[in-house]
Write a protein that binds this ligand. Structure first.
Ligand code: G1P
Ligand code: ZN
Length: 561
């Protein structure tokens, strides 16, 4: 077995976005592309040498090949031990749990989240640091810089996934077989430990909730619930926790087999991409509680009879009721939300007299606050919620939290819990409109038009609402002082309403324009209206001020959540 140094020219555009480097599979399949990026990570993170690295992904197409390549790169770059999920599987929250529990120095999470998979789909890779969370911007910037000058990668020869026999130190078995079995192997000077992908995660999450109470809820005659794993990574996790540990019927976890192309679906748990579940629960009311998770298991959608829970509301409800859950019985230290997420959780934090924070979009901005103990819970409008138990958002955790709340509030439903919450704190009507695969120049032009108008907006009105402030969101991390600018355009009407516009940082085709709308309603008599109708004046304002329809020729958003 020999160590090779392979000369390469830098690839353009290896810039991590909101959540790691995401590109088409075909881009990642270019010779040297994955190698160059991973080598840039290793060059940027010398602390990995002599330490433990965690490796796994959401099981999408190209996951196994990527793992084989990364193992060979790791062995040639002085990594001491790699913990790899069996069959190459680790959900994003599980990867975070494994990094923390095993005191690894970092991890590589292979996922493009909810983006479609398969040979024509997307692939992604994200570097997580020793706290278990996504690398902060300073690190991702340094990685990007390194990709622009890189001239070689180091790799261990002698291993070919496609069928050539393995070196003797791995028992001459092909990688494709040996990552399927839990055990320890040697690869060059490195130890590869294939681990059960669920065990660490189940131990971390299992310690937080009242499993006896949830078990009784699930066994209650007439309580009907379903979890949709969308043929993505959460299936094995949901089976272990919901079926094996909580006694739910096996049939309550659907689409539980992870597939390389997610069964051809779009594993994004929201009403637009899980229409059958939405119809069955929210419209037809055939189930009391249903939930779904995304490609890599970090997102969650919560549905109840007659209600799809807005993720912003979900964060607020969890914060307001946290002391009902054993893991948070002593109370929470604070709550953070991403800027476009509604201000529902701010209202709860104020009532609880704990700190609240508004961060830029992307989980990486919560890490410092969690590490410093300033917040216990955090979330994003994009179906992401979590706590300080890991440093990623966590889909199944949110589902268990809601089940624990239902168990602790006999006679309540998802809808009645929300309505009581709105009566107490007021309701933040909320929606996000996405215009996908827009020509990048046109998308930038629409944002530029609104940006140029910002200074003149305060004093103007949107219907009856007076605009009080308008800016391009900038953030100064209160823990480490780092600055992030250009994080989205905000038009604010005091505490009453907000309109936000920003460009997605996770897409792989053209640009995606996201418009976010929020309207506060304190009158309980007006808290059960149609969401889009209530937001219409804000929607009209955003479309006129960005000129989005005129510039792009689009007549409606592609996705409304
Ligand atoms: C999107 C979401 C964001 C989330 C990210 C990763 O990013 O909006 O909240 O953190 O996916 O799941 P965007 O495409 O908007 O940059
Ligand atoms: Zn995800």
């Amino acid at each position: 077995m020999s160590l090779r140094e392979v000369a390469i020219a830098p690839f353009e555009g290896q810039k991590p976005g909101t959540s790691g480097l995401r590109k088409k599979v075909t881009v990642f399949q270019q010779p040297g592309y994955l190698e160059a990026f991973v080598q840039a990570v290793f060059d940027t993170a010398p602390e990995l040498q002599g330490g433990t690295l965690v490796l796994g992904g959401d099981g999408r197409f190209f996951n196994r090949e990527a793992i084989a390549t990364i193992l060979r790169l790791a062995a040639a770059n002085g990594i001491d031990r790699v913990l790899v999920g069996q069959r190459g599987i680790l959900s994003t929250p599980a990867a975070s749990a494994v990094i923390r529990r095993h005191r690894a120095r970092g991890g590589l999470v292979l996922s493009a989240s909810h983006n479609p998979g398969g040979p024509d789909g997307d692939f992604g890779i994200k570097y997580n640091i020793a706290n278990g969370g996504p690398a902060p911007e300073a690190v991702t910037e340094a990685i990007f810089k390194r990709t622009q000058t890189i001239g070689r990668y180091r790799i261990l020869d002698a291993m070919d996934v496609k069928g050539v026999t393995m070196p003797s130190s791995v028992s001459e078995r092909m990688l494709d077989q040996w990552i399927d079995q839990v055990g320890e192997y040697r690869l060059g000077g490195m130890t590869v430990q294939v681990i059960d992908p669920v065990e660490d995660y189940a131990a971390v999450v299992g310690a937080l909730f009242d499993f006896d109470a949830i078990r009784r809820l699930i066994a209650r005659p007439g309580f009907r619930f379903r979890f949709d794993a969308m043929h993505a990574v959460t299936g094995p996790y949901a089976r272990r926790l919901l079926v094996d540990m909580l006694g739910a019927p096996a049939t309550s976890v659907i689409n539980a087999e992870p597939k390389e192309d997610f069964g051809g679906g779009h594993p994004d748990p929201n009403p637009a991409h899980a229409p059958e579940l939405y119809q069955a629960v929210v419209v037809d009311g055939t189930l009391d509680f249903a939930a779904a998770s995304d490609g890599d298991g970090d997102r969650n959608m919560i549905l109840g009879k007659g209600i799809a829970v807005s993720p912003s509301d979900s964060l607020a409800v969890l914060a307001a009721n946290a002391t009902l859950v054993p893991g948070y019985a002593r109370g929470i230290s604070g709550v953070a939300r991403s800027m476009p997420t509604s201000r529902a959780s701010d209202a709860v934090a104020a009532a609880l007299k704990v700190e609240s924070f508004e961060t830029p979009t992307g989980w990486k901005f919560f890490g410092t606050l969690l590490d410093a103990g300033r917040i216990t819970l955090c979330g994003e409008e994009s179906y992401g919620t979590s706590s300080d138990h890991v440093r990623e958002k966590d889909g199944l955790w949110a589902v268990l939290f809601w089940l624990n709340l239902l168990a602790a509030k006999p006679g309540e439903t998802v809808l009645s819990i929300l309505q009581a919450h709105w009566r107490r704190f007021g309701r933040h009507y909320y929606s996000r409109h996405d215009y996908e695969a827009v020509d990048a120049k046109q998308a930038a032009a629409a944002l530029d038009r609104l940006r140029a108008a910002l200074p003149g907006l305060p004093g103007e009105k949107i219907g009856a609402l007076a605009i009080t402030a308008a800016d391009d969101f900038a953030y100064r991390d209160p823990v480490d002082g780092s600055e992030s600018r250009g994080q989205g355009l905000r038009v604010i009407c005091g505490e009453q309403a907000r309109v936000i516009a920003r460009l997605s940082g996770t897409g792989t085709e053209g640009a995606t324009v996201r418009l976010y709308f929020e309207l506060f309603e304190s009158d309980p008599a007006r808290q059960n209206d149609d969401v889009q109708s209530r937001l219409q004046p804000l929607i009209d304002f955003a479309e006129v001020r960005t000129g989005l329809r005129e510039i792009t020729g689009r007549t409606a958003p592609d996705v409304i959540t």
